[in-house]
Ligand binder design. Structure first.
Ligand code: SAH
Ligand code: SF4
Length: 357
């Protein structure tokens, strides 16, 4: 199967064109058609000569995702379900905030990390997405906005859809380079956030990348016992190792890090947990932000959302101890726009249909 043209960074496209007897500057032309004019076929690239277009058509696809469902929520959130060329499905969510339009992308089909609260973990990993398939999610959303005709642009990206981006590190990095490139979509690095469950060696690599992209760490518990209970990855990379990697990141980049913390009713949402979290983060609180996430209950998982009172107490305990924090605002809950829900619902409908047959 031909790979997606969107997977090539500017440099990789230049090198590929030169290797194939073409001039380096053709890459500028092709990128202009892809990311500024945003055409959907190679043949529309009018100032690119015929031979180059044939070469591109022979080796690359320009549209490898097929949109199968698009659901719009009352708050303007749009959830897209795409089919990949091999028949797998992925989801992408567009959210509207007062600061702009943010897209949440998927990096893998399923996820092998298997956190006990997450819908994506139920479906173990089928495969990694290519860098082109990740970029195409953004392009499809942007094409949708272009067709609406009100000149809106995707301004922010969160890598928080299905999958563990640091378990698909190289493809995720190429994706980030393409969308961040000034000649590409030119989405500012400070407007992009990558979330990881804490694959420690890759956190060191990410710190060394020399890129201003924000990092979020899914911490979710203040001690190893609790974290291992809900995130089995904690056995491989326990909290001490995570915090060493965080310190390295902070020292290397001097950038703030976000700690994500899902509040699960009666599991990790007590005042004592908040106090333990304060202890864990106090030496780096000037560069830390804790994002408290109200849990979206997932069918077949035993957890509930914390009570409003527990969320408030947790939040206030952090604030009283000078830990920067906020509670994540929910988007698109009427269309199941939370992590992994649409895809897992689609799959379970399919498998029910199959078992009836
Ligand atoms: N694999 C990466 C990125 C994808 S998940 C990671 O785990 O960080 C993005 C965020 O959504 C993570 O913080 C994850 O813990 C959280 N999440 C997963 N399932 C959720 C649910 N049911 N409700 C709320 N947040 C959830
Ligand atoms: Fe994978 Fe992230 Fe879900 Fe854990 S929370 S199973 S790492 S997608």
């Amino acid at each position: 199967m031909k790979p997606s043209i969107y997977g090539l960074t500017q440099e990789k496209l230049q090198n590929w064109l030169v290797e194939n007897g073409e001039k380096r500057f053709r890459a500028d032309q092709v990128w202009d058609w892809l990311y500024q004019k945003r055409v959907k076929s190679f043949s529309e690239m009018k100032n690119v000569n015929k031979k180059t277009i044939e070469l591109l058509e022979e080796h690359y696809q320009i549209q490898s995702l097929t949109e199968t469902i698009k659901q719009e929520s009352q708050d303007g959130t749009i959830k897209f379900l795409f089919e990949l060329p091999d028949g797998n499905h992925i989801e992408t969510v567009l959210m509207r905030f007062d600061y702009g339009l943010s897209v949440c992308v998927t990096t893998q089909v399923g996820c092998n990390i298997g956190c006990s609260f997450c819908a994506s973990g139920i479906l173990s990993k089928n495969r990694d997405l290519t860098s082109g398939e990740i970029v195409e999610q953004i392009m499809n959303v942007q094409h949708h906005l272009d067709e609406r005709g009100d000149s809106e642009r995707v301004s922010h990206i969160v890598v928080m859809g299905i999958g563990e981006p640091f378990d698909n590190y190289d493809h995720t990095m190429d994706f980030l380079r393409v969308v961040n490139d000034q000649k590409g979509l030119s989405i500012g690095a400070r407007h992009i956030t990558v979330s990881t469950s804490g694959i420690v060696p890759k956190m060191y690599d990410f710190a060394d990348e020399n890129i201003q992209i924000n990092l979020a760490l899914s911490l979710h518990a203040p001690n190893n016992k609790l974290r291992t209970d809900i995130m089995k990855i904690n056995r491989a990379y326990p909290i001490e190792q995570l915090m060493d990697a965080v310190d390295y990141y902070l020292e290397k980049t001097n950038r703030r890090i976000t700690f994500e913390y899902i509040l699960l009713h009666d599991v990790n949402d007590q005042k004592e947990h908040a106090l333990e979290l304060v202890k864990l983060l106090k030496d780096k609180r000037h560069l830390s932000y804790v994002n408290l996430i109200p849990y979206n209950p997932v069918e077949d998982h035993p957890y509930d959302r914390s009570s409003k009172q527990n969320i408030l107490t947790f939040y206030e305990t952090l604030l009283e101890n000078n830990i920067n924090c906020g509670v994540r605002v929910e988007q698109g809950s009427d269309i199941d726009a939370a992590c992994g829900q649409l895809r897992s619902k689609q799959l379970s409908k399919k498998s029910k249909a199959k078992s009836k047959a």
